[in-house]
Design a protein around this ligand. Structure first.
Ligand SMILES: Nc1ncnc2c1ncn2[C@@H]1O[C@H](COP(=O)(O)OP(=O)(O)O)[C@@H](O)[C@H]1O
Ligand SMILES: [Mg+2]
Length: 272
């Protein structure tokens, strides 16, 4: 099971869009996935068209026992292959600015104890954590639980400092308690091809972060908003813009799964 967090310390840049795009790509390619909605705004839960549950991720952060986790997970309305650990406004009460180590690892413990149909099986191959736009307890809990972080940014003036701070947060968590965490890379979102300011900012990001910036960027496409508004995966939205965006998410999913395989090969067998 690979856990990935979509991260940026700014709102509205596309974290949820990337989490949803990855979930849709996973479903399309037969990779069983769980979306964890850590944002108190619960946008991912809404777009994934989830029915009511007896508990939410806020309850899991109070008490990460499997019985609570079970009650907070529901199938998405997208159909087979995507489940949701549902978000709720109440999650905000877990966003302390200065959390304890125990508070930070509750989500990790909950995910480690996810149960499959039998003892040795894992129910999901991919867990996608959608983060809120701040570096409080919630985002740090996601980093404490994740193997990979996708840093999302828009190509605007504050992109460089935002991405740098997100990288620093990843490094801080690696040093604090999760040495397995790796930044997968920087995904630039909402790119308009003929916008010279966007071209300038993308160049700036590539100069500073080099190969960590994905060559595939996400274009600004109304299909993204339309599919989200209709609670559908972009992979099932049949327009040229949607197909263009879906291809980027397929590439991102591939990169993610390959990075997991490389880590497995690198680790000596007794540590797997
Ligand atoms: N590439 C894109 N093209 C068009 N609209 C987009 C794109 N990326 C995000 N949006 C829209 O921008 C808004 C904010 O995106 P969202 O993913 O919710 O950001 P965040 O989770 O970082 O706050 C949403 O309405 C979303 O549909
Ligand atoms: Mg969001």
């Amino acid at each position: 099971m690979l856990v990935v967090a979509t991260l940026s310390l700014k709102g509205g840049v596309g974290k949820t869009t990337v989490a949803l795009g990855l979930a849709g790509a996973a479903q399309h390619h037969g990779v069983p996935a769980l979306v964890v909605d850590l944002d108190p705004q619960a946008n991912a839960t809404i777009a994934l068209d989830v029915g009511p549950t007896a508990a939410t991720v806020a309850d899991v952060l109070d008490d990460p026992r499997p019985s609570v986790v079970r009650r907070a997970i529901a199938p998405s309305g997208w159909g087979e292959g995507v489940d949701v650990l549902v978000g709720a406004e109440q999650t905000e009460r877990h966003n302390h600015p200065d959390p304890s180590g125990t508070q930070l690892t509750r989500l990790r413990r909950a995910l480690e104890r996810l149960e499959g149909p039998d003892e040795d099986s894992e129910p999901y191959r991919l867990v996608i954590i959608d983060c809120p736009p701040s570096l409080g307890q919630l985002t740090r809990s996601a980093l404490a639980a994740a193997d990979r972080a996708v840093l999302v940014t828009d190509p605007t003036m504050f992109a460089v400092s935002g991405v740098q701070r997100a990288f620093d947060a990843v490094q801080a968590e690696r040093a604090r308690g999760n040495p397995d965490l790796q930044p997968l890379g920087v995904l630039i979102n909402r790119v308009r091809p003929r916008n010279t300011e966007h071209a300038f900012r993308m160049e700036e990001l590539r100069e500073l972060f080099g190969p960590l910036v994905f060559t595939g960027v996400l274009p600004d496409r109304s299909a993204i908003q339309q599919a989200q508004g209709a609670c559908m995966p972009i992979q099932r939205w049949d327009t040229p813009g949607a197909r263009e965006v879906s291809a980027i998410f397929t590439g991102l999913l591939g990169r993610l799964l390959r990075s997991a395989r490389r880590a497995e090969v690198a680790a000596p067998p007794h540590t797997r």
